[in-house]
Design a protein around this ligand. Structure first.
Ligand SMILES: *Cc1c(COP(=O)(O)O)cnc(C)c1O
Length: 413
C-alpha cells in the first residue's frame, strides 16, 4: 500500500535511471523519453554539464536564503534578461510554475493599485483563456480556464474571467474598468497544444497598450528553447513586448526552479518602472533562487545557447511534421504546436477505447508498453516533448513506435 497521496493516476511503470533521451524502469526495460518529465528535462537525462554544475555547487554552498547576496542568482538574472528576454527588466526566482504565476497575479494587483480606476478604486481583474493551464495553487487554479482543476475548491477567488482563446473580439468586449491584466500561454500546453495566432498575439498586445492593461505571458512550458526561439512569443509575433513573463519546467533541466520577469517600462508619467512596484516586503520565498537551483539553471541556459539548441528544435520539428505527413494515416487528424511542443490530434472514432479511459491517455499507455514515453494533452491529443537536443535517430525510432502502435490499434478495431 502506498503512503503517497493519490492525486495522480500514474502509468504502471517505475523509472529508476536515465541517460540522454532514454530511461530505464525497475525491471531493466528501456524507453525512449518523449515526455521528459513534462517538458522539464530539456537537455535529456543527467546531461554532464548540469550534473557537474549541481555536484560542484552542492559541495560549495546549498542555501543561504534571500536575506543575503547570492552571486549565482545575480548571474542567472543577468543571463535571462540580457541573453533571453532581451528587454530591460528584473527577475524574481521561485520554485515552480504555479508560484511564478502567482507572482504575475500579485504584480497585476499591485499595478491595479498604482493605476486605479477613474473613481480611485484599484483595478484587480486578470483575464485569461479557456483551456489554459496556469498551475495548481489557489491563484493558479483561478487563472486556469478549465473546470476540472477547480472542482470542490470553491468559493473561487474574485477577479478572474476566462475568454475564448484566439478570439480578439471577445477580449476587446471583455476589457472593463476593473481589468488590470491579460494572462496567456503563447502555446497552450496542458490544454491540448493550442497555438496563439500571430494576429491574436499582436491584437492582445495592442489592446493591452490601448487600455493600460498588463500583458502577462505564461512561458512555464514554452520558455527557454522548447518552441525554438528561447522565448515562445518570438516564434509567433516577435515584435510584441510583454510586461511580465513566468517560467519553470525546462529552465532547470530537472532541477526545481521557477522565475518571473517584470519589465522596467514606466507605468506612469513620473517614470516609475513596473518592476519597481514589487519592492522590499511585497513578495518573498525562502528557497527561491538558492545557489544550487541557480547554478543548475545557469548550466542549462548556457547549454541551450552554446549548442544552438533552437536550431535543432526547428530542424526536428520540421522532420517530425514531414515524417508524420508522409504516413497519411487517417487516425491522425493534425499536428499542432511550435518547435518541440507538438500535439498530435487523434480521430478517436477509429480505435476502441476501454470503458472509463480517456482516448489519449489510453494511447499513451499503449505507447509506453511499446517503449515510448509521451504525455497526453487533453482527451484527444498526444504530446511530443523530446529533449531539445534529440537526435535524428531518436526521432526516427520514436516515430516508428508511434506509427506501429497507432496502426495496430486501428487494425484491431
Ligand atoms: C506546468 C505548467 C504550470 C505549472 O507549473 P508547476 O511547476 O507544476 O507549478 C503553469 N503554467 C503552464 C503553462 C504549465 O505548463
Amino acid at each position: 500500500m502506498s503512503h503517497v497521496l493519490s492525486t495522480y493516476a500514474r502509468f504502471p511503470v517505475t523509472l529508476v535511471r536515465g541517460e540522454g533521451t532514454r530511461v530505464w524502469d525497475d525491471a531493466g526495460k528501456s524507453y525512449l523519453d518523449f515526455c521528459t518529465g513534462i517538458a522539464v528535462c530539456s537537455l535529456g537525462h543527467c546531461p554532464p554539464r548540469l550534473v557537474h554544475a549541481i555536484r560542484e555547487q552542492a559541495g560549495t554552498l546549498l542555501h543561504v536564503s534571500n536575506l543575503y547576496g547570492i552571486p549565482q542568482q545575480e548571474e542567472l538574472a543577468r543571463v535571462i534578461v540580457e541573453d533571453h528576454v532581451k528587454l530591460p527588466g528584473k527577475v524574481f526566482f521561485a520554485n515552480s510554475g504555479a508560484e511564478s504565476n502567482d507572482g504575475l497575479i500579485k504584480t497585476a494587483r499591485k499595478f491595479g493599485h498604482a493605476r486605479p480606476q477613474l473613481d480611485g478604486s484599484p483595478r484587480y481583474e486578470v483575464l485569461s483563456f479557456t483551456k489554459s493551464f496556469h498551475g495548481r495553487t489557489l491563484g493558479g487554479i483561478n487563472a486556469t480556464g478549465q473546470d476540472k482543476v477547480k472542482e470542490g475548491f470553491d468559493p473561487l477567488l474574485p477577479g478572474f474571467r476566462h475568454l475564448p482563446f484566439n478570439d480578439l473580439a471577445a477580449l476587446e468586449a471583455a476589457i472593463r474598468p476593473e481589468t488590470a491584466a491579460v494572462l496567456l500561454e503563447p502555446v497552450q500546453g496542458e490544454g491540448g497544444v493550442n497555438v496563439a495566432t500571430p494576429a491574436f498575439l499582436r491584437g492582445v498586445a495592442a489592446l493591452c497598450k490601448k487600455h493600460d492593461v498588463l500583458l502577462l505571458l505564461d512561458e512555464v512550458q514554452t520558455g527557454f528553447g522548447r518552441c525554438g526561439p528561447t522565448m515562445a512569443w518570438r516564434a509567433i509575433a516577435p515584435e510584441i513586448q510583454p510586461d511580465a513573463i513566468s517560467w519553470a519546467k525546462g529552465m532547470g533541466g530537472g532541477f526545481p526552479i521557477g522565475a518571473f520577469w517584470l519589465s522596467d517600462r514606466a507605468v506612469d508619467a513620473t517614470g516609475k518602472a513596473l518592476s519597481s512596484l514589487m519592492g522590499p516586503g511585497s513578495h518573498g520565498t525562502t528557497y527561491g533562487g538558492n545557489p544550487l537551483a541557480c547554478a543548475a539553471s545557469l548550466a542549462v541556459l548556457e547549454e541551450v545557447v552554446e549548442m544552438d539548441l533552437p536550431a535543432n528544435v526547428a530542424r526536428q520539428e520540421q522532420r517530425i511534421r514531414e515524417i508524420i505527413a508522409s504516413w497519411q494515416l487517417p487516425v491522425i487528424t493534425e499536428v499542432r504546436g511550435v518547435g518541440l511542443l507538438l500535439g498530435i490530434g487523434l480521430d478517436v472514432s477509429q480505435f476502441a477505447v476501454p470503458e472509463g479511459k480517456l482516448p489519449a491517455a489510453f494511447v499513451c499507455g499503449k505507447l509506453l508498453e511499446a517503449g515510448l514515453l509521451v504525455p497526453p494533452a487533453g482527451p484527444e491529443t498526444i504530446r511530443l516533448l523530446p529533449p531539445l537536443n534529440v537526435t535524428d535517430e531518436e526521432v526516427d525510432e520514436a516515430l516508428a513506435i508511434f506509427r506501429a502502435t497507432l496502426s495496430s490499434l486501428v487494425t484491431d478495431h
